[in-house]
Design a protein around this ligand. Structure first.
Ligand code: GRF
Length: 199
């Protein structure tokens, strides 16, 4: 059974990337990370990848914006950057940039995204903070996270795996956030494992 080849996209600390790296190292995932792409130079996830000996690419949108180039141009060049690595799956793990159909159409049903909220709730940025505020207002009983196939609509698309994340009465945003990230680290590995098993 060949290993699933992953391209992991990040924008931040890369703790979900680290969860994938650790699961592979422990033999829990029949996968390999061919490349880690970040749109932010300071993303600690780039350091995590380098320490794991994984090729990295820094690919910011700003030069395109500053020279009046379009998001479509960026996405098309991002496709050209990623294609040589021939990924079976593109994993958006804390990737804070909305990919257009120009990118998604080159990787049909091969792009998955992790989002710190349940399907149909709190799409977009700061899902964790918005969930916590809604809980404080008594509007939601708990939080959650999901991994889904990426479609042009932000944080929507067929769900691969999801998990409830409880909120406790004495929680602060920070304690809830820690519980959320721990749940995400498990969920992203579970979701990739489910896809590996379908190979
Ligand atoms: C995660 O909470 C993810 O759901 C959100 O950004 C965070 C990324 O964390 N989009 P990390 O960079 O993987 O540590």
């Amino acid at each position: 059974m060949p290993k699933l080849k992953l391209a992991v996209f990040i924008s931040g600390s890369g703790s979900n990337l680290q969860a994938i790296i650790d699961a592979i190292t422990k033999g829990k995932l029949k996968a390999e990370i061919a490349v880690v792409v970040s749109n932010r130079k300071g993303a600690f996830g780039l350091t995590r990848a380098e320490e794991a000996g994984i090729p990295t690419r820094y690919f910011p949108f700003k030069p395109y914006r500053d020279t009046g180039k379009s998001r479509e141009a960026y996405d098309a060049d991002l496709v050209e950057l990623v294609k040589p690595f021939q990924p079976d799956l593109v994993v958006l793990a804390g990737w804070m940039y909305v990919l257009s159909p120009d990118f998604l159409n080159h990787f049909p049903h091969q792009v998955i995204n992790l989002h710190p909220a349940l399907p149909g709730t709190f799409a977009g940025v700061d899902g964790i903070g918005r969930t916590f505020k809604a809980w404080q207002r008594g509007e939601v009983p708990h939080g959650g996270c999901m991994v889904h196939y990426t479609v042009p609509e932000v944080d929507a698309g067929p769900v691969i795996a999801q998990a409830i994340v409880p909120i406790k009465t004495d929680d602060t945003l920070a304690t809830f956030e820690n519980r959320m990230h721990a749940a995400e680290h498990q969920l992203i590995v579970k979701a990739i494992g489910l896809i590996c098993d379908r190979q």
